[in-house]
Design a protein around this ligand. Structure first.
Ligand code: ATP
Ligand code: MG
Length: 504
């Protein structure tokens, strides 16, 4: 057996080892932590499997390290935190499945039984925590061999593995996406890929929430396109997000073809991932949160999942709006509006939150053509102000998406669009610095109008406010109270409103 040095330096492993010995049970580190050690990616969470009661060992460890332990008796698991790391304990188990559920019948088992029920060979490796062979690798299914070769394979027959728990089909694709890097792809073995295709109908026993959770993990990977292509090839995508499959293919009429929108979408998604990673590394992306009624700025340190969803769905309205015009060729007029309207149904189908995150995705899809439309027309201050007003705090994400959307086989066209795009970017920061539109608040409030004219809430107040907002966005007046107040009075007098003596 190989004993690996350095992977188990954390003191917690020795504490667990001592306690397991004193209780006369064997304990092992298993799963993602072991895999990530060999990949040189520092693992965060630690999973410990015990041949006996995981909960009992966890409680004893928690006492030594003086940590709180959360016990989940139904699952036979317990979790504690040690110096910022989550350590989860479970008893080794043997599982058998029924056809209609992904919840197995569980019995106590040995380490080997436990390894057999794991999803992939690379996730089934364990490090011993026994005194006599502390740190020894226990790898009965060739996880190390597969890790070296960049292979995802199930420990048992793939049909049984996937049919027992169909979530593993999506997990296989998620790990292929997550572990692949530019210099070394991770591949699902052909036999396994074929089995996913065969068992895809088993997805029906999964809850939509669990599917969405895996999709979300896939989306925040460095190259999410890998996962979506695999889902498409195996037929899973048709069952999960059929709307995306409708983007596939291209048509040719009288020598006019159009972009293959599925590949384009995936290219944009990867572009967004790369651009966001770069911006995160440079510390240039900001998020805004409201705390105690005040806006707080935070530098983004993790990918914004919802920006990825916006990239994935940005052209989702194209199939429904596709037309062929003798003069213009293929057009997709209004696809951004139709696409934005499709978002709630898609989110609902995956039981995703129908809250401000969804609104953000709708907004980005709706606005995704605006920055580029600006560069093809003249870049007026007024158009820039309107874009800033409509995008608000999400302007940087919108610009990132829009830039990522510039894909063409013609390098000269790409170069020209990118240059124009930079012009819009510069103009945006100039206008924002001058007029502060991003967080536009009308300098004249409804309460103020009611006070000046002594009128109750009515239509005229909305009309006045709208008039002032448009004047500011069009650059007729500056974004400040004095000019807004003067304009309000002029307009109100034309509307026949007379200020109260106190309001003059
Ligand atoms: P990540 O870095 O994504 O957390 P991980 O390998 O730790 O990767 P988890 O989902 O946290 O993945 O699961 C921990 C371990 O539990 C896995 O490594 C695997 O051994 C096992 N496992 C998780 N889900 C399943 C499943 N559906 N079927 C079989 N084994 C599973
Ligand atoms: Mg994990």
């Amino acid at each position: 057996m190989t004993v690996i040095q350095g992977f188990l330096d954390n003191k917690i492993f020795h504490i667990i080892s001592d306690i397991a010995e004193s209780k006369g049970v064997r304990a092992f580190v298993i799963g993602g932590y072991v895999r990530d050690c060999f990949l040189g990616r520092p693992g965060k969470d630690i999973d410990v499997v015990v041949e006996g009661s995981g909960i009992e060992i966890a409680e004893a460890v928690a006492e030594v390290v003086r940590s709180h332990v959360s016990v989940f008796r139904n699952f036979g698991t317990a979790m504690l935190r040690y110096r910022g790391v989550e350590v989860e304990f479970v008893g080794a188990r043997k599982e058998s499945y029924r056809r209609d559920s992904r919840k197995p019948i569980v019995e106590n088992g040995s380490l080997e039984d436990d390894q057999r029920r794991r999803d992939f060979t690379i996730n089934a490796m364990a490090f011993s925590l026994q005194k006599e062979d502390f740190g020894a690798l226990v790898d009965p299914f060739g996880g190390i061999r597969d890790l070296d070769a960049g292979i995802i394979r199930t420990p048992l027959d793939p049909d049984t593995t996937y049919s027992d728990d169909p979530l593993r089909m999506i997990r296989a694709i998620r790990f292929a996406t997550k572990l692949s890097s530019s210099d070394r792809p991770f591949r699902i073995v052909p036999e396994s890929l074929e089995s996913i295709r065969l068992n895809r109908g088993r997805l029906e026993i999964l809850s939509r929430e669990r599917i969405a959770e895996e999709l979300n993990k896939m989306l925040v990977c460095d190259r999410p396109s890998i996962g979506f292509r695999l889902m498409d090839e195996t037929g899973l995508l048709e069952l999960i997000l059929p709307q995306l499959c409708r983007l596939k293919g291209t048509e040719n009429v009288e020598g006019h073809g159009h972009k293959e929108n599925f590949s384009h979408t995936l290219e944009v998604l990867d572009n967004v991932a790369a651009a966001e990673a770069e911006a995160i590394a440079a510390g240039t992306l900001k998020d805004y949160e409201f705390e105690d009624g005040e806006e707080k700025e935070k530098i983004r340190t993790e990918p914004n999942l919802w920006l990825r969803w916006a990239a994935l769905l940005h052209d989702i309205g194209k199939p429904a709006t596709k037309r062929f015009d003798k003069d213009a060729g293929w057009t997709f007029h209004g696809h951004e509006v139709v696409g934005a309207r499709m978002i709630p149904k898609i989110f609902k189908s995956l039981k995703m939150p129908l809250n401000e995150k969804m609104k953000y995705v709708e907004k980005l899809v709706l606005l995704h053509l605006r920055p580029i439309a600006l560069v093809t027309e003249e870049v007026t201050d007024s158009a820039v102000r309107r874009l800033l007003f409509d995008a608000g705090n999400d302007i940087d994400d919108l610009m990132l998406l829009c830039n990522a959307d510039i894909t063409s086989k013609n390098p000269r066209k790409v170069e020209r669009l990118r240059q124009n795009f930079e012009l819009v970017r510069r103009k945006l920061s100039e206008v924002e610095a001058k007029d502060a539109i991003r967080n536009f608040k009308n300098p004249v409030t409804g309460e103020y109008i009611m006070e000046v004219y002594g009128i109750p809430p009515c239509r005229q107040i909305g009309e006045l406010k709208e008039y002032i907002k448009n004047a500011i966005l069009d650059g007729v007046i500056g974004n400040n109270f004095e000019e807004a107040d003067r304009l309000m009075r002029e307009k109100a007098s034309r509307m026949g409103l007379v200020p109260l003596p106190s309001g003059q």
